[in-house]
Design a protein around this ligand. Structure first.
Ligand code: ZN
Length: 387
């Protein structure tokens, strides 16, 4: 192969490679079941020129993508949420956006609740922006894991174990290659139709085996079993799969952490205003305690107030809080509605940093939408004010 051609191949990257990278961090399997994450419009096989990140899609975002020669736009909120019945470019904004994306060969991809529920996702980024320490999930996702128990002859143990690990099994928090091995004796007797890899058919065989136990994410089961089947020596592999009710340490809702030092309410509200760069937000009077333990949930997180209280949070910052929710929690904790856009926009920083690290020497550039796409404005005496 010509050396120049090797260079060209090395720098070539398709949209689907970017999708896989993002979904390895924020798997679609953890998204809310009514969400519509992933490819929205266009081709996944398209060769990526440049990438534009935005919380939402509107015509100004598409125009900026065209101007900056971006043929992949990644948004947090999906463009397509409800099933499309027609693409009406005379009356419907979304239809116009779809038409423009297709006309300009732009692919649109969204990472929504999967980015909300992953480590270093939307709520973790909000917590980091608020300079919290010891950040962890407010509530961990449950029932997302299986225990895979597989019986392997000694000779093939490492090969089977490594295959499981290489395919994403055996991850607990920040640890990989986690497994437990118990030595024992397996037995079998093959029928006339078998050709056992150890011993003879129609013979009662006993073999030194290891029982290997590994935690696996439920969505990886098929891929792991299929990879193991290719290298396990037995015709019929003995294995068990148990559903678990464990809390998943890597996926969850919201985030909680501590401030550097306890603050009074005035100091804390100032801190929020400064960190999130906002002048207007709504809050309750709270319970009067000094503020130290702080829970957050980027976007609409009213339904997790009880979790924040259970975890002993002095304050909870989220968005889209209703009047009656404020009323019901008025004295319980400092409840803050800092705005949907304002509590989510910082997540683009982490996505941006990760993508830049992933594409490395590639010539692809990653941009964040340069303007404010927040549809909500605040009025003050000097007139309508864009945030
Ligand atoms: Zn949102």
């Amino acid at each position: 192969m010509h050396p120049e051609l090797i260079g060209v191949l090395f720098f070539y990257m398709t949209c689907v490679e970017i999708f896989k990278y993002i979904e390895n961090w924020a798997p679609t399997a953890i998204a809310w079941n009514k969400d519509n994450v992933g490819l929205q419009v266009g081709s996944a096989e398209r060769k990526v020129k440049n990438i534009l990140l935005s919380l939402d899609l509107n015509m100004k975002v598409v125009n900026e993508a065209i101007k900056k020669d971006c043929n992949l736009i990644i948004t947090h909120h999906p463009l397509l949420f409800n099933p499309l019945r027609k693409i009406d470019t005379d009356r419907d904004n979304n239809s116009l956006l779809i038409e423009k994306l297709i006309k300009h060969d732009i692919t649109l991809f969204s990472a929504h609740t999967n980015l909300d529920f992953t480590k270093d996702g939307v709520s973790f980024e909000l917590a980091k922006t608020l300079k919290l320490k010891n950040i962890r999930f407010l509530t961990n996702l449950k029932s997302m894991q299986y225990k895979l128990i597989i019986f392997v002859p000694y000779s093939h143990l490492e090969k089977v174990a490594n295959t499981i690990f290489e395919n994403g099994g055996g991850i607990i928090g920040e640890y990989s290659h986690c497994g437990f091995r118990t030595k024992g004796e397996g037995s079998f007797k093959g029928s006339e139709k078998t050709s056992p890899s150890i011993g003879r058919k129609l013979n009662y065989e006993k073999v030194d085996e290891t029982k290997l136990e590994v935690l696996i994410d439920s969505w990886k089961l098929k891929k792991i079993l299929s990879a193991v089947r290719k290298i396990h020596p037995y015709e019929e592999i003995a294995y068990d799969v148990y559903p678990l009710n464990n809390e998943h340490t890597n996926y969850g809702v919201g985030a909680i952490g501590e401030t550097n030092q306890p603050m009074n309410q005035y100091e804390f509200l100032n801190h929020i205003s400064k960190c999130l760069r906002i002048k207007n937000f709504r809050y309750t009077k709270g319970n009067g305690n000094k503020l130290k333990t702080v829970a957050v949930c980027g976007g609409s997180g009213s339904e997790f107030i009880a979790d924040a209280l259970n975890e002993g949070a002095d304050a909870y910052i989220t968005a889209d809080i209703k009047y009656h929710t404020f009323f019901d929690n008025e004295d319980k904790l400092l409840l803050i509605d800092a705005g949907h856009y304002e509590t989510e926009i910082f997540s683009l920083n982490e996505l941006n940093n990760r993508l830049i690290a992933f594409i490395k020497k590639n010539k692809i550039k990653v941009f964040k939408y340069s303007k404010n796409a927040n549809p909500v404005n605040f009025y003050n005496k000097s007139g309508a004010k864009i945030n």
